[in-house]
Design a protein around this ligand. Structure first.
Ligand SMILES: [Ca+2]
Ligand SMILES: [Ca+2]
Ligand SMILES: [Ca+2]
Length: 259
């Protein structure tokens, strides 16, 4: 599955696939810029894992561990509660796309460099630990995906990420909005903020993403088709509505991803 998707993505982009090590449910990137996509192959359909006639689920429910290593990597967990570790470099991390399939709570660790985590509607409550870097960014938006494979589409770009391309996401037009809460005891929790995502249609709270060492959050206004931004390095950060062309000045990599 991984090879098929990776090959299709690479062919669509006219790219060579960088060498990466693949094991069931565990993938380690090369020293170059890798595209790692969760294999979603540890589940009850695997007869080695799930003995015939056994009712109890013996599988990892499609959980994968993706380790980017050095380079500006693209990590995509797909289904299941995945662990995604960017390693050094400016990594882009997507826990989904899950579209309501559960379990779907991903642990996303950026490590050094300015990393971006992208959550989309239907993904679960997650954690994003940006690690070192002055501009680790959490983005809420509807990711452009292949309607058959559900895999995010990586579009060709120049400069950084030219080897992999970048995903794109509709932030201004998504059907939800975000609020922000600082946790009372970040040292005890191990994370600093709770970013809550609500449905615009009915006001219901849908998911909460925990952040640690994340400096920026991009989401959507409650009452407008517009981008909101929160600077988590400020004393009492709040979401404020911003013009789309203001994103470049805040985070040039995010500006290439969102609309
Ligand atoms: Ca997965
Ligand atoms: Ca990396
Ligand atoms: Ca980082």
């Amino acid at each position: 599955m991984h090879t098929k998707i990776g090959l299709a993505a690479a062919l669509a982009l006219g790219l060579a696939i960088p060498a990466a090590t693949t094991y069931a449910a565990y993938q380690v990137g090369s020293a170059r810029d890798d595209i790692l996509i969760g294999a979603d192959d540890d589940n009850q359909a695997d007869p080695e894992i799930q003995p015939a006639g056994v009712a109890a689920n013996q599988s990892l429910n499609n959980a994968d561990t993706l380790i980017g290593g050095p380079g500006d990597d693209i990590l995509i967990g797909m289904l299941g509660s995945d662990v995604l570790i960017g390693g050094p470099g400016e990594d882009v991390i997507i826990g989904g796309i899950e579209r309501g399939s559960q379990p779907n709570s991903d642990i996303q660790i950026g490590d050094t460099g300015d990393d971006i985590a992208i959550w989309q509607g239907g993904d679960g409550s997650d954690l994003f630990d940006g690690g070192q870097g002055n501009n680790d960014a959490l983005v809420f938006g509807t990711i452009d995906r292949d309607s058959t494979t559900n895999v995010p589409i990586l579009s060709p770009v120049y400069g950084r990420h030219a080897e992999t391309g970048l995903p794109t996401a509709n932030v201004s037009g998504q059907g939800g909005f975000c609020t922000l809460e600082a946790v009372q005891d970040p040292a005890a929790r191990g994370f600093e903020f709770l970013v809550r995502f609500f449905s615009k249609a009915n006001g219901n709270l849908l998911v909460t993403v925990r952040t640690r060492d994340v400096e920026q959050v991009f989401c959507t206004a409650e009452d407008a088709a517009a981008v909101t931004f929160a600077d988590l390095t400020e004393p009492n950060p709040q979401f404020v509505e911003i013009a789309l062309d203001a994103v470049r000045g805040l985070n040039s990599q995010v500006a290439r991803v969102i609309r």
